[in-house]
Design a protein around this ligand. Structure first.
Ligand code: SP5
Ligand code: ZN
Length: 345
């Protein structure tokens, strides 16, 4: 399987995230991806492939130009405000909620941080743009591998992407790698693309990007937003709108759900994707469904990920796996590699 590995991922390394009133060490750390790469090497699973240059117009078909301009220059703006900021991650503090203006682009950097984000848990660092934009290139490389006839490919990158929307970051995500891959598949000639999101957290960014589109189906199995992050999206009655009506399927499950029920729910998502008639599948592969994940609440075991890969393979679609969450650092490599191994078996 070709692996589009983001060799610049470690340029993004947040120090602290705001968590319930305290700055705590980030859980989304470079070692996550290092463990996955190490496991792929140990199993002889992947062939590292070079990502292409990513065209700006593709980025702008998924993300708003003013958001991209902000992200690209954000660190420099932050440091210009105060040289001491070079030692601190940038974290938003102010958000325009209902009734506030979001059409006006504020001059204040702090105001734009809030305009373009939805939580204080996603620190922006010196290397965030470099790492995220190289990850986006890896996602596009993976899409092009499928277009060139590969049956599958794996995008091994961080920061993750599925919480990033058209013009906002959050949930440790800045550019939506899975959405960029799906768009690249559309641009390359796939008439209908499905995104299957198996991360523990609802992929609110991906859902929002494609919500009114009938050409990209989004299905997600995730922790019930009544109690789980991202809280404000991911409910079962969100079915898409306009041309995208019935092209969005949310399958929330309660905290504590184990593999048997989770797998039955995956089958519901895969069945809907088959009925949609997708030409290609993008999997937002979070392994924070793992029982020992420090921030999540499902009960999957390492061996279960082999079955997940097998179930996805049974769809018989060209499939691009895009790495998302998974914070049990010591096990994240085995769990992600098990999905790929199960798929290839
Ligand atoms: C891609 C992805 O899985 N994003 C998840 C974002 C979840 N953020 C909310 C949970 C924050 C928990 N941080 C706790 C750190 C203290 N141990
Ligand atoms: Zn997650």
């Amino acid at each position: 399987m070709q692996v589009f590995y983001n060799e610049h991922h470690a340029l993004h390394h947040g120090r602290h995230e705001m968590f319930r009133g305290a700055l705590v060490p980030c859980v989304e750390v470079p070692a996550r991806v290092d463990h996955v790469l190490q496991e792929l090497r140990a199993r002889g699973l992947g062939r590292i492939a070079q990502p292409p240059e990513i065209p700006r117009d593709l980025l702008e078909r998924v993300h708003a130009p003013r958001y991209l301009r902000f992200l690209e220059g954000a660190w420099d703006e932050w440091v210009v405000l105060d040289a001491a900021n070079a030692q601190r991650d940038a974290i938003p503090s102010y958000w325009p909620i209902r009734g506030f203006r979001s059409d006006v682009l504020p001059a204040s950097f702090h105001a734009r941080m809030g305009l373009f984000s939805f939580d204080a848990g996603s620190p922006l660092t010196a290397g965030t743009w470099a790492a995220a934009s190289q990850g986006a290139a890896c996602a596009v490389g993976g899409a092009r591998a499928l277009l060139a006839g590969e049956r599958s490919a794996f995008v091994l990158t961080r920061p993750p992407g599925h919480h990033a929307g058209p013009d906002f970051f959050g949930g440790y995500c800045f550019l939506n790698n899975a959405a960029l891959a799906a768009q690249a598949l559309r641009d390359g000639g796939c008439a209908r693309v499905a995104v299957l999101d198996v991360d523990y957290h609802h992929g609110n960014g991906t859902q929002t990007i494609f919500y009114e589109r009938g050409d990209v189906f989004f299905a997600s199995v995730h922790g019930d937003p009544r109690t789980e992050y991202p809280y404000f999206l991911g409910y079962g009655d969100e079915r898409g709108a306009g041309a995208g009506l019935d092209c969005n399927l949310n399958l929330p499950l309660p905290r504590g759900t184990g593999f048997a029920r989770w797998r039955d729910t995956l089958a519901v998502a895969l069945d809907a994707i088959a009925r949609f008639g997708a030409d290609a599948l993008v999997v937002s592969l979070g392994v924070d469904t793992f029982a020992l994940d420090p921030i999540s609440g499902f009960g999957l075991g390492s061996a279960d990920y082999l079955r997940v890969g097998e179930d996805i393979a049974a769809s018989a679609l060209p499939t691009l796996f895009v790495f998302e969450g998974g914070y049990a650092v010591a096990e994240v490599g085995v769990n992600a590699a098990n999905v790929l191994d199960g798929f290839l078996s």
